[in-house]
Design a protein around this ligand. Structure first.
Ligand code: ADP
Ligand code: MG
Length: 240
């Protein structure tokens, strides 16, 4: 479903991704962790062309990600992304946040867009808040709205970039619960997170990045119980 082959990226002189190779099968759940600045966000942002890369190849399904408006649009329609900061429109109600892109960008009939939006708001257990504005909701609720907004596009792949790290601790689990449900439904998922409980519960594979490289990857049990590299051991000591 996702294939990165020797992807290299530079910001000016700074070599941010170094020969990143990543294969994710349909339905697989992958967690990426690693120190701040190690290239985790850059890696997943390359997958839906929020960042360009200079060397290597990326395939989403059969489609190679190249700089072509139609290809990028096609890939973005398959790949949803949830960010650390929820990026909701503050001047629009929760419902309108979910309806605006499908109706304006994709020319979906408004009635249909509202039905879809309400369906997914219900799925993340927040349909009772549909007419409120984002700043009237808690951080956890806003992040669930952001997840619902993504789901309205019926993506095949969901990318999460530290979706709970801006939340107060008591709100983390309500977002993780929604993600666990999605995972159980079989969507392909890559999640950058330091929530190791989530990784243990959901991930088929955990990847450790440092210095722009994938240093180590394994199924969760081995990853946590028998880390090989000193860098991963040190990292786990720091976060666990
Ligand atoms: P992570 O998500 O693992 O914390 P990032 O992928 O955000 O790391 O960033 C990797 C490195 O690239 C960091 O050193 C960061 O400072 C740098 N970086 C990120 N975005 C930019 C940018 N737009 N321009 C220059 N450097 C950047
Ligand atoms: Mg990041």
């Amino acid at each position: 479903m996702i294939r990165m082959e020797n992807v290299n990226k530079w910001y000016g002189d700074f070599h941010v991704l170094k020969d990143v190779n990543l294969n994710v099968k349909k339905g697989e759940k992958v967690v990426i962790c690693g120190p701040s600045g190690s290239g985790k966000s850059t890696t997943i942002r390359c997958l839906n062309h929020l960042e360009k890369f200079q060397q290597g190849k990326i395939f989403i399904g059969e489609t190679e990600l190249i700089e072509d408006v139609k290809i990028v649009r096609h890939i973005r329609s398959k790949v949803g992304m949830v960010f650390q900061h929820f990026n909701l429109f503050p001047h629009l109600s929760v419902l309108e946040n979910l309806v605006i892109a499908p109706t304006w960008v994709h020319k979906k009939p408004r009635k249909e867009a509202i039905e879809t939006a309400m369906y997914y708001l219900d799925r993340v257990k927040i349909s009772d808040q549909a007419n409120k504005y984002p700043n009237q909701l808690s951080g956890g609720q806003q992040q669930r709205v952001a997840v619902a907004r993504c789901l309205c596009f019926n993506p095949e792949i969901m990318l999460f970039d530290e979706p709970t790290s801006a939340l107060d601790p008591e709100m983390v689990s309500e977002v993780l619960d929604v993600m666990v449900e999605l995972a159980d439904e079989g969507i392909t998922m890559i999640c950058v997170t330091h929530e190791m409980g989530f990784a243990k519960k959901v991930a088929d594979r955990v990847i450790f990045m440092d210095g722009g490289q994938i240093i180590e990857e394994n199924e969760p049990h081995t990853f946590f119980e028998q880390p090989e590299s000193d860098r991963l051991k040190l990292f786990l000591d720091q976060i666990l």
